[in-house]
Design a protein around this ligand. Structure first.
Ligand code: COA
Length: 172
C-alpha cells in the first residue's frame, strides 16, 4: 500500500514539474499571513508600520492569500500573492477599496494575481452584496487591472512619489 502511494505521489509530482504548471489556491486569511509579502513587495526597505493600512483590522476587511498548491491538491505553506479589501465609499456609495495587491517577483506573470483578484471580487460580492470596487493603482500595474475589467477613472496623480490612477470595477 505504502509503495503504491509512493509511486502515485512521485508520478504526480514529476508530472507537475515536467509540465511546468504552477497551481494556486486562494484563501481568506488574517493580516499576519500576508504581512511579510506586502511589506517586502510594496514597502521594501521601509519600516514595518509603513505597510499597515488604515482599516486593516476592521471586521469588514478582507485579506486574501494565494498559496502554491501542493501535490495532494491542498495549500502549501508558501504564500505567493496577496491583497486586502477595505470597505470604503466610491462616490458616496458603499464599495470596497483594493489595497496591497502583490505577487512575489519570482511568481509574477504566471496567473496567480488574476486568480486571486477574480476569486476575491466574487467572494466579497457574494458575501456582502457590495458590487463596486476601486483602487489607487500604480501606473506600472494599470495593464494588469485593465485585463481584469477595471477602468481608469482619474488623471495620473502622485502617491508616495509614485504615479497612480484611480481605477474602478463593477462586479455583477
Ligand atoms: C501587478 C501584480 C500584482 C500582477 O500580479 P501577477 O501575479 O504577476 O499577475 P498575473 O500573472 O495574474 O497577470 C494576469 C494578466 O495581467 C498581465 N499583467 C500582469 N502584470 C501586468 C502589468 N504590470 N502590466 C500589464 N499587464 C500585466 C499578465 O501578462 C496577464 O495577462 P494574460 O492574462 O493575458 O496572460 C504583480 O506584477 C506585482 O506584484 N507587481 C509589483 C507590486 C505592484 O505593483 N502591485 C500593484 C500595486 S497597485
Amino acid at each position: 500500500m505504502y509503495i503504491l502511494f509512493l509511486v502515485w505521489y512521485c508520478n504526480k509530482k514529476f508530472t507537475m514539474v515536467e509540465n511546468n504548471i504552477l497551481q494556486f489556491i486562494v484563501r481568506k486569511v488574517d493580516l499576519k499571513t500576508i504581512f511579510n509579502l506586502r511589506h517586502e513587495t510594496l514597502r521594501q526597505g521601509l519600516p514595518e508600520h509603513e505597510a499597515i493600512f488604515e482599516g486593516d483590522n476592521e471586521k469588514s476587511t478582507y485579506h486574501f492569500a494565494a498559496y502554491l498548491r501542493d501535490v495532494e491538491g491542498g495549500p502549501s505553506g508558501n504564500v505567493v500573492c496577496c491583497s486586502t479589501f477595505v470597505q470604503n465609499k466610491w462616490e458616496e456609495r458603499q464599495a470596497y477599496q483594493l489595497r496591497g495587491m502583490a505577487t512575489y517577483i519570482q511568481y509574477q506573470g504566471q496567473g496567480v494575481g488574476k486568480k486571486l483578484l477574480v476569486t476575491a471580487e466574487a467572494m466579497i460580492r457574494h458575501e456582502t452584496n457590495i458590487h463596486e470596487f476601486w483602487c489607487n493603482a500604480r501606473q506600472s500595474a494599470i495593464g494588469f487591472y485593465e485585463k481584469l475589467g477595471w477602468s481608469i477613472e482619474s488623471d495620473i496623480f502622485l502617491l508616495r512619489d509614485e504615479p497612480h490612477v484611480k481605477m474602478y470595477k463593477l462586479v455583477q
